[in-house]
Design a protein around this ligand. Structure first.
Ligand SMILES: Nc1ncnc2c1ncn2[C@@H]1O[C@H](COP(=O)(O)OP(=O)(O)OP(=O)(O)O)[C@@H](O)[C@H]1O
Ligand SMILES: [Mg+2]
Length: 234
């Protein structure tokens, strides 16, 4: 479904991606692990069009999306749930959700999905006219996920969805991601909680300084000596 071929990207003189090859099959949940600064977020940003690759190709459903505008990537079926949630604090919950559907034109479908998201996340339903900035961290994460779903994506990119959340909220967040995947949406996820991520994922890639250094079935990586030492605490 998604394929990255030798993708490179840089921030000015800093080369953040040094040739990334990665694949995500339809219906898979794939996770991307790696230390701080390895290039995980940049990989997701390159896919969603927020960072323009300097070399390589990104193919989604057999169409090249390399260097496409974020709105075009979203319209093609890829939604990005960014690091740090990034909801619009001064807009209401409902307005934030509506923003997620900005590339869609089917008004009725959008209204239906808004109700669906509010039913799925009751807390968002209860607070729909409240400014997003007044929500707790966990609630903002729900909102960020709900907003991504409003695009009716076929592929969702999650960047550290559990970061800064209380343990019980982390559990809820992962349950929601598992649920999204069960309903047929493909998931590519960056997560610093390698243990939880590998338990849930089909396959994983490990990044180091802009390169993929290891990849395989999540189950196998969980038993890999190097992965255990570096990411699972021994
Ligand atoms: N906006 C930016 N401007 C300049 N350099 C950046 C920018 N964003 C990231 N970088 C650099 O690019 C490299 C990759 O960063 P990236 O954010 O992709 O890493 P990451 O794996 O997501 O790390 P983390 O686990 O800390 O989120 C790092 O060296 C980082 O310092
Ligand atoms: Mg990051």
């Amino acid at each position: 479904m998604l394929r990255l071929e030798a993708v490179r990207a840089a921030y000015g003189p800093v080369e953040a991606l040094r040739g990334i090859d990665l694949e995500v099959g339809a219906g898979e949940l794939v996770c991307l692990l790696g230390a701080n600064g390895a290039g995980k977020s940049t990989t997701l940003r390159a896919i969603s069009g927020l960072v323009r690759p300097t070399a390589g190709r990104i193919v989604f459903d057999d169409r090249a999306i390399t260097g496409a505008e974020p709105s075009a990537v979203l319209a093609s079926g890829i939604a990005h749930c960014p690091e740090g949630r990034r909801v619009f604090p001064h807009l209401t919950v409902e307005e934030n959700l509506a923003m997620g559907a900005y590339v869609r034109r089917d008004r009725e479908g959008i209204a239906q999905d808004l109700e669906r998201v509010c039913t799925h996340f009751p807390i968002l339903g209860e607070r729909r006219r409240q400014a997003a900035g007044t929500l707790s961290g966990g609630e903002q994460q729900m909102l960020a996920i709900g907003r991504a779903l409003m695009a009716r994506p076929r592929l969702i990119l999650f960047d550290e969805p559990s970061l800064g959340l209380a343990p019980t909220v982390v559990e809820t967040t992962f349950a929601i991601i598992a649920d999204i995947r069960r309903q047929g949406t493909t998931v590519l996820m960056v997560e610093q909680n390698a243990y939880l991520a590998l338990q849930m994922a089909d396959r994983a890639y490990v990044m180091e300084t802009g390169r993929i250094v290891l990849s395989g079935r999540a189950r196998d990586l969980m038993n890999d000596e190097k992965v255990r030492r570096a990411y699972l605490g021994g």
